[in-house]
Ligand binder design. Sequence first.
Ligand SMILES: *[C@@H]1O[C@H](CO)[C@@H](O)[C@H](O)[C@H]1NC(C)=O
Ligand SMILES: *[C@@H]1O[C@H](CO)[C@@H](O)[C@H](O)[C@H]1NC(C)=O
Ligand SMILES: *[C@@H]1O[C@H](CO)[C@@H](O)[C@H](O)[C@H]1NC(C)=O
Ligand SMILES: *[C@@H]1O[C@H](CO)[C@@H](O)[C@H](O)[C@H]1NC(C)=O
Ligand SMILES: *[C@@H]1O[C@H](CO)[C@@H](O)[C@H](O)[C@H]1NC(C)=O
Ligand SMILES: *[C@@H]1O[C@H](CO)[C@@H](O)[C@H](O)[C@H]1NC(C)=O
Length: 516
Amino acid sequence: MFHYSFSPSPCLLLCLCCSVRASFAHITQEILNVALAHTGQPSLDPWDNPHLDATWNILFNTASSLLQRWPNNMWSNGHSIVTATIPVGTAMYHGMWESNTTVPEKLEWLAFDFEYSYLYCEPICRMAKLLATRDLKVLYFDGMSAAKVRPLETGHQDAQDLIAWGRIRRDKVLAEPERIERLCAWGKKFGLDGFVRMQFAFEFMYCDLDGLYVVEVLDLLPHGNPTLKNHTALPPDGWKGTLTSGYQAFYQAFTAGGWHNYFPGESHVQLDYSGFLSFYDPALESLVDARRGKPRLQHRLLGISDEDIAAKMTELESIVLRHEVGSGADWHQMFRIIIERYADRLDTLNHTLLSSSYSNATMLSSAVRLQLLTMLLPHLTIIDHPSRSESPNNLTWLLPVVDRCSRTSIPEAHLTPQEGLLKNAVSHVLREICRRLALMWADAFDVEEADESRTNTVVSSWRAHTTELMKWLNWSAWVKCRPGCRTDETCYISTWPFPFPEDSFENITPRCVVLR
Ligand SMILES: *[C@@H]1O[C@H](CO)[C@@H](O)[C@H](O)[C@H]1NC(C)=O
Ligand SMILES: *[C@@H]1O[C@H](CO)[C@@H](O)[C@H](O)[C@H]1NC(C)=O
Ligand SMILES: *[C@@H]1O[C@H](CO)[C@@H](O)[C@H](O)[C@H]1NC(C)=O
Ligand SMILES: *[C@@H]1O[C@H](CO)[C@@H](O)[C@H](O)[C@H]1NC(C)=O
Ligand SMILES: *[C@@H]1O[C@H](CO)[C@@H](O)[C@H](O)[C@H]1NC(C)=O
Ligand SMILES: *[C@@H]1O[C@H](CO)[C@@H](O)[C@H](O)[C@H]1NC(C)=O
């Protein structure tokens, strides 16, 4: 196990020392038509469970979690590369630890949060503030794409490696200067200004200063040595009192990263979902095989075939080169609306079904029936009920309900191939939610007339449906501290560089901690 006691030096944590300069953290179609034809379309029997190899649920989670620290912390092996813009006027910071330095002309790291660059302010602090003078064209790597964790077999940089070296290079985990050089050399061909990555906060790797303006370089108060507990720097001439310790500086950087835990995430960066490239694309058969039977935490790009690498690189080039803008759909909002609509309601349904506060199954079943009715109400017309003559196993009457419930408002026209993949993910996820709700409603419809024995059977069946649905969806919205934390605590899941002894990539159980 890889345990960090909380005495991290920025050098170690961020592998600062592997870079020559006081560099900022280290932090990197055509094909889709095949994807759509592949495992894509809902199966012929509308009541079938989703295929075990299907990745629509993961694609949905991935796309709805971009730029948010909490879910990308959990699913730290990123599988997606997304075109994005850093809008004109965006402020970024670069902390330097020598008094004679200035902002390098090219190949450096900037932070969106001052607190993150302040980590580099020891033993002296020279802080540059930069502004984007135009919209910067960037690529964003999801997951913990800036965390360089050598001792563990993680796949944080898998996607970057494929661009930088054409294959996955574990030996290059710490080769940050070489990595940025190679990524930028590749990106130059397409007019890219740089790359956005995440570790405990978000960073921008710029290729050169074109499009960036150094507004000011200030000599600020330094913080103490972070390897020495409570160590603070000597106050400059004329200053009195205690300065910030290295510990505090680290916690503040960590906390600032936490501002981007949830939707909308790191809002300094604007994603262009029409350029959402994912290695969860079902067209990549080599990865379908490599992932089979593995929990999501162990998904890697290792095992990808040369053909699949070539296909994805061609797709990526076509994305960064093209001028069409796609459908114009607001994907960000699309994902949000579905999660808002169902996350709390399914959570409540789950807790109701497992609650011990109902005196008997009849009371429980009527509470659940009402919740199901509430969720399906927008899709139930007055004629959607079984006819007396049909057998109770005939669910044909529910098909129009499932169809209405699974409809999306995604436009049909001008979808890029990547939007086609997103649309498929949204459709499959909605379809599965609606299928499960409908199957539960089939029993709920007349459960008020049922005897105790049938009611008990129905309740067990609801429990199974709800558990399976939530397991399949696996939304990060359900990974939270219950019942919540005290005001001096923060709800936390293991976040690299793992300041708590029980932290690890495998331990994603949320818990209340005191961060200070
Ligand atoms: C800055 O100062 C350090 C030591 O104080 C020295 O090693 C370094 O060469 C100097 N850099 C420049 C660019 O003058
Ligand atoms: C650091 O400071 C805290 C709070 O002032 C104190 O409780 C603790 O004992 C100090 N630790 C060391 C090693 O000096
Ligand atoms: C849900 O996500 C968590 C976090 O990545 C993972 O540990 C778990 O295996 C996932 N569950 C399923 C059913 O894939
Ligand atoms: C469902 O509820 C049970 C009991 O409260 C809880 O242990 C479980 O984690 C819940 N499932 C999800 C997916 O939140
Ligand atoms: C269930 O509990 C309710 C309220 O406690 C009671 O009125 C009802 O008779 C009970 N039903 C059965 C079948 O026990
Ligand atoms: C099920 O019901 C539908 C419409 O009510 C009917 O057309 C169909 O034949 C039924 N299927 C079976 C297998 O009975």
